[in-house]
Design a protein. Structure first.
Length: 204
């Protein structure tokens, strides 16, 4: 199968950029981005979105359970021999795997209407303030978890097109900054990228 359908993804990035404008707002109940001990690493929620399901991995690098949400298009069940490109959506500061997973509703509608090709969307939990980096001063190994643990788990357990050219990455705020950081392994491992409102951090 060719990866031509992935070229339709920029339309989806624009759509999600519009939807993301109201996301990432902090509340009194939000964890402290500077204190990893307040972060929620497994945050399952019933979002009642077709194709969206919650899963977990046991992170060896962080020695804890880490949650993720994954959206599977309608064609995933209907075409059991088909493989699909995959997009990783990196949430913003104070977020979890469920903070922005509501975007899967718009993905599902766009696929159902034929505006974009079928695609898998993964919503990882990168911690409330990790900037998707490993932090040697604490237990946080967000970059290792994402690249060495979650990405292989998704490729092994779901029918993805297991190659960088069939993976996309986009992010909001903290996630958008990590997408653009030259020091991170994330863009090199996932390849195609799009920024949905990045934040600024001097040491990232």
């Amino acid at each position: 199968m060719t990866i031509a359908p992935l070229r339709k993804l920029p339309l989806l990035m624009i759509l999600l950029g519009v939807c993301a404008i109201g996301l990432g707002k902090a509340s009194a109940a939000d964890p402290d981005p500077k204190d990893p001990n307040t972060w929620r690493w497994n945050d399952p929620r019933d979002l009642a979105i077709p194709g969206l399901r919650h899963g977990t991995i046991e992170s060896a690098s962080m020695k804890r359970t880490v949650g993720f949400n994954i959206y599977l298009p309608p064609q995933y069940e209907k075409e059991p021999n088909r493989r699909f490109p995959v997009v990783y959506y990196l949430h913003g500061a104070t977020g979890t795997e469920s903070s922005d997973a509501g975007l899967a509703r718009y993905v599902d509608a766009a696929i159902s209407s034929g505006r974009i090709a079928p695609v898998i969307y993964v919503f990882p939990n990168g911690g409330a303030g990790s900037y998707y980096r490993d932090r040697p001063e604490s237990y946080v190994r967000a970059e290792t978890m994402l690249i060495r643990e979650l990405l292989p788990f998704i490729d092994q357990n779901y029918r993805t097109m297991d190659r960088p050219s069939a993976r996309g990455i986009c992010g909001f705020s903290m996630g958008g900054l990590r997408r653009h950081s030259a020091r991170s392994q994330v863009p090199r491992a996932l390849l195609h990228g799009s920024l949905l409102r990045g934040s600024h951090r001097q040491d990232a």
